[in-house]
Design a binder for this molecule. Structure first.
Ligand SMILES: Cc1cc2nc3c(=O)[nH]c(=O)nc-3n(C[C@H](O)[C@H](O)[C@H](O)COP(=O)(O)OP(=O)(O)OC[C@H]3O[C@@H](n4cnc5c(N)ncnc54)[C@H](O)[C@@H]3O)c2cc1C
Length: 185
């Protein structure tokens, strides 16, 4: 929204320009076999690490299927920016090298990867809103109010940021507000 030319009120424009979005990145690693189930009896959950990959998540579905995809890294903040600045091939190399310290099966079983850096996803440019305590006091109330006919709705217009629940709660509130406005007119 920061980049869309619009005639918002000065207060709303300032609020939109002032808010920041969090960095986030993930990589999916496809393996020829589900060694984490077959060899290690991992049927979901995650391994938390002190490496850049941050964590590995195991799928809680399709147990003992032919192939499988692990979440090879899920990073936030500065680490996500560091991984996001790498090429796809570099991200893959890092995820495989660090993940192999936990699962030595990685090099033999690896097939392909797919990674995302939310800061560079078009129309998204970040994982989720990141309000400071001051933003909540100054700009958040402005963003929650309609600017003439424009209502904002989404996870960013809630206190449950970074969750679908926040987006749903916000949508419900905005639809209720619009309904009440229409019924009064
Ligand atoms: C890495 C990651 C992990 C997450 N994990 C979880 C989780 O485990 N559980 C959970 O509950 N939530 C999770 N979330 C959060 C959840 O995905 C969001 O809170 C939710 O999707 C927000 O919904 P929304 O409707 O506010 O926005 P979005 O789902 O982002 O929808 C906004 C839409 O507007 C579109 N758009 C943007 N600009 C334009 C334009 N100019 N014209 C037309 N369309 C446009 C976008 O393409 C997008 O489709 C995660 C988010 C991320 C990034």
């Amino acid at each position: 929204m920061k980049k869309i030319p619009a005639d918002f009120s000065p207060e709303m424009s300032k609020a939109i320009q002032s808010i920041n979005y969090a960095s986030a990145g993930k990589i999916g690693l496809q393996f020829k076999r589900r060694f984490w189930e077959e060899d290690e009896h991992l049927y979901g959950g995650s391994s938390l690490t002190n490496m850049d990959i941050t964590q590995i998540y195991y799928p809680p579905t399709d147990y003992f299927g032919k192939k499988g995809v692990l979440l090879g890294y899920y990073a936030y903040g500065g680490v996500a920016d560091k991984l996001g600045a790498m090429s796809y091939a570099e991200r893959e190399k890092l995820a495989l090298a660090q993940g192999a310290k936990i699962h030595p099966q990685y090099p033999k079983e690896f097939e392909s990867s797919y990674s995302i850096n939310w800061k560079t996803v078009k129309y998204q440019e970040g994982g989720w809103v990141s309000y400071s305590a001051n933003d909540r006091k100054t700009h958040y109330p402005t963003l929650c109010k309609p600017d003439n006919r424009i209502y904002l709705a989404g996870e960013h217009i809630s206190y449950i940021t970074a969750w679908q629940a926040g987006a749903i709660e916000s949508a419900r509130e905005v639809v209720t507000d619009i309904h009440q406005r229409v019924m009064k007119s």
